[in-house]
Design a protein around this ligand. Structure first.
Ligand code: TMP
Length: 206
């Protein structure tokens, strides 16, 4: 029987700088002979990408937002994540359910017991093996986003106190699951972050 692949996720407030390291992680794993699926949330499937458009740009009831995040996730699990893991491939995903706890729970202030019920429904049987939380002060993350000079999505347009609550909620989740969630100081150099991320993966799995 094919050995199940591993599921690695990347999290953090907007502007924390995950993208470079997601690509680097996929490359490292491929160099070690693993097949890798790189994907993202919300999104990762044709339907999920349509939901992403709505989620990032349309105003909606805050509970609708949380429910659509989990709806997109259900599709993503069924169409992409679960089949890839079953084939023995590794899945590297830009955000997963920790983001719902952080953004819709911490940022929006919704009751997290509702997410626990949805999480149980949607993926009670499957959780990330390892999560990197890119931690950065919202003021610095905001400067990085502003320097990119592009149009901002609904979440990026939120005020600094929203991002501060998202950050706090992420750190609370990391404190509650220290084995799974590895907190990275995203204020370090790209090289230092790369060494920490890739070193952690190498120590655990390679
Ligand atoms: P990103 O692809 O640039 O990280 O953008 C996705 C945005 O969606 C980001 O601002 C975080 C937000 N988000 C949530 O609010 N809840 C979620 O469950 C997920 C997966 C993302």
């Amino acid at each position: 029987m094919q050995k199940r692949g591993r599921f690695i996720t990347f999290e953090g407030i907007d502007g924390a700088g995950k993208s470079t390291h997601i690509a680097g992680t996929a490359e490292l794993l491929r160099q070690h002979g693993h097949s890798v699926v790189c994907t993202r949330e919300p999104g990762g499937t044709p339907l999920g990408e349509k939901l992403r458009e709505l989620l990032l740009h349309e105003r909606m009831h805050l509970e609708t937002e949380a429910l659509l995040m989990f709806a997109a996730r259900r599709e993503h699990l069924a169409e992409v994540i679960e089949p890839a893991l079953a084939r023995g491939e590794w899945v590297v995903c830009d955000r997963f359910s920790d983001a719902t706890y952080a953004y819709q729970g911490g940022g929006r202030g919704l009751d997290k017991t509702k997410f626990e019920a949805l999480e149980q429904w949607v993926h009670g049987h499957l959780h990330p093996d390892l999560t990197f939380l890119f931690d950065l002060a919202p003021a610095i993350a905001g400067e990085r986003i502003a320097a990119q000079g592009r149009d901002l999505d609904k979440f990026e347009q939120e005020r600094a106190d929203f991002h501060a609550r998202v950050r706090e909620a992420y750190l609370e989740r990391a404190a509650a699951a220290p084995q799974r969630i590895c907190v990275i100081d995203a204020g370090q150099s790209v090289e230092a972050i790369k060494a920490q991320v890739q070193g952690t993966i190498a120590n655990r799995y390679l």
